[in-house]
Design a protein around this ligand. Structure first.
Ligand SMILES: O=C(O)CCC(=O)C(=O)O
Ligand SMILES: [Fe+2]
Length: 251
């Protein structure tokens, strides 16, 4: 049985069905976002959700790039906490390695000595395009990206992202989070208390940006909703059930 990090087990180009992509997206030129004013949601100061921002063809590219990177050196693995308990997701780090046991960044992965792969320019461009649509955030130059892959039983407890440089956090530089595949129920709040957290669905193609006064907001994923990946994305990529999340930051 192939591992979840394959993302697209046994999928061959010849298996591809004739997929109908959403019409509105097809007409847009490369580099143009699919965002209109109605799909920008200001959830709280410093927290913006761009619904359906990533064009279908870019979502397909993201799956293919993550599959390629994820099955090579420095690719997906099951990270553990300091106490040895495994996180409920698969992870790979690009740019720098994020070590889940020490909660710090470094050039290589302590468990296999492999250097974190570079962030592909094509991925960086997509994150920067999302960043540029929201004027309240400064433009970052992403040099780190954590890619998470959640199976349908995947989840991530409430936490703060505070392992980046002091300068990056103190300036409230935003991080840009792209969701692909199955929908996640995403939780956020000013404390770690799950019962007080607000819920929002992150669907395939959504981009969430957190910066400024929301930069240290608690957040996590309570669960992934089974069978919610768009049909065209499944057919084009053979993506197995689950969800990809890419979070870009400037260290
Ligand atoms: O999967 C997500 O939406 C959140 C990921 C996250 O919070 C992280 O990688 O720090
Ligand atoms: Fe996080």
């Amino acid at each position: 049985m192939s591992q979840p990090f394959d993302l697209c087990p046994g999928h061959h180009e010849s298996m591809k069905a004739k997929t109908t992509m959403p019409e509105g997206h097809k007409k847009r030129k490369a580099g143009e976002s699919s965002t209109d004013a109605a799909s920008v949601q200001h959830l709280r100061p410093g927290m913006v959700l761009l619904k359906g921002f990533v064009k279908p063809e870019d979502q397909i590219k993201i799956v293919r790039m993550c599959r390629q990177l994820g099955s090579g050196p420095g690719g997906f693995y099951r990270p553990s906490h300091k106490n040895g308990a495994k996180l409920n997701l698969w992870m790979m780090s690009l740019g720098k390695n994020w070590d889940s046991t020490t909660r710090s960044y470094g050039p290589t992965r302590p468990f296999d000595g492999v250097q974190a792969p570079a962030i592909l320019e094509a991925l960086k461009t997509m994150a920067q395009a999302a960043n540029a649509t929201v004027s309240e955030f400064p433009q970052i130059n992403p040099d780190i990206c954590i890619v998470n892959y959640y199976t349908n039983s995947g989840k991530l407890g409430l936490h703060q992202d505070k392992d980046e440089s002091k300068g990056s956090i103190d300036q409230g530089l935003p991080f840009i989070s792209i969701s692909i595949g199955d929908t996640a129920e995403f939780l956020f709040g000013v404390t770690r208390d799950r019962d007080k957290a607000t819920k929002v669905n992150l669907e395939s193609g959504d981009v969430l940006i957190l910066g400024g006064e929301s930069r240290l907001l608690f957040h996590g994923v309570s669960h992934v909703k089974t069978n919610t990946t768009p049909t065209w994305l499944k057919e084009e990529t053979g993506l197995r059930p689950g969800r990809l999340n890419l979070t870009f930051r400037q260290y």
